[in-house]
Design a protein around this ligand. Sequence first.
Ligand SMILES: NC(=O)c1ccc[n+]([C@@H]2O[C@H](COP(=O)([O-])OP(=O)(O)OC[C@H]3O[C@@H](n4cnc5c(N)ncnc54)[C@H](O)[C@@H]3O)[C@@H](O)[C@H]2O)c1
Length: 257
Amino acid sequence: MQGKADPLFDMLGRVVVIAGGAGGLGAPMARALCERGARVVVADIDARRAQEVASHLVAHGGEAHGVPLDVTDPASCASAIDVALQHWGRCDGLINASGIYRVGPALELADTEWQRTIDVNVTGAFRLARAAGRLMTRQRDGSIVTLASVSSIVANPNYAAYAASKAAVAHLTRVLAVEWAALGVRVNAIGPAVTPTPLAAPILEDEKTRAGALARIPMGRLGTPEDLLAAAIFLMSPGSAFMTGQMLYVDGGRSIS
Ligand SMILES: NC(=O)c1ccc[n+]([C@@H]2O[C@H](COP(=O)([O-])OP(=O)(O)OC[C@H]3O[C@@H](n4cnc5c(N)ncnc54)[C@H](O)[C@@H]3O)[C@@H](O)[C@H]2O)c1
């Protein structure tokens, strides 16, 4: 049998918005989707970097637009989805790889830090999904992927705000999945373990916390951004058509240890 393009993972011409697309996980996901023929909107609060990521993709023959996005602003979320609609007439996918990471002892956690974490990680995920869902339910087709975390399920000390936000994202994923299942829109989550990106720098720069994080991963190594690409492609592609409300842990076994 001859090797040929696989319709199960066909991304050709699909339009995907990647929020946090300038980030350590979002940018490689944008590139991986673009390389497979998807048209991508790279959206990030770091507008300059979002534009750089998109320009790089275009320079390598891809179709991409870089746009500013602040997930704490509902109008900004709606306008990121609108960019896909304006340029390509639809939006088949949303990957929300935006997020912030604030850790510290609960006894010292300020309301402002708690609130900011919830606002970006949870309410931002909701605002983006709502904006995409409004269009996708009209299309009767769409796939939304949220970046949750092993922190959605495991309890690490000092993680009160971050872990609460990621547990909320996991359950938001399930609720949206049941709400939109009959309307053709799937909602799933990816749960990474610690992966070297700017977000994880505070864990990895400190030798003690790095060793502690590593010791809790049964496969004995940290994840890489590349480890997450197949999960993102799968959840965006026709092969996952009957899958919704699920959390795909890509974590070297961290969530089961
Ligand atoms: N790296 C890890 O170890 C890890 C592990 C588990 C889950 N995650 C989750 O994966 C997602 C991506 O993380 P990452 O490691 O790529 O982090 P990152 O810091 O490299 O990227 C996050 C991106 O989100 C953007 N962003 C922050 N606030 C924003 C806002 N208000 N509006 C729009 N964009 C905003 C940042 O500018 C950045 O480009 C996050 O939700 C994170 O919680 C990361």
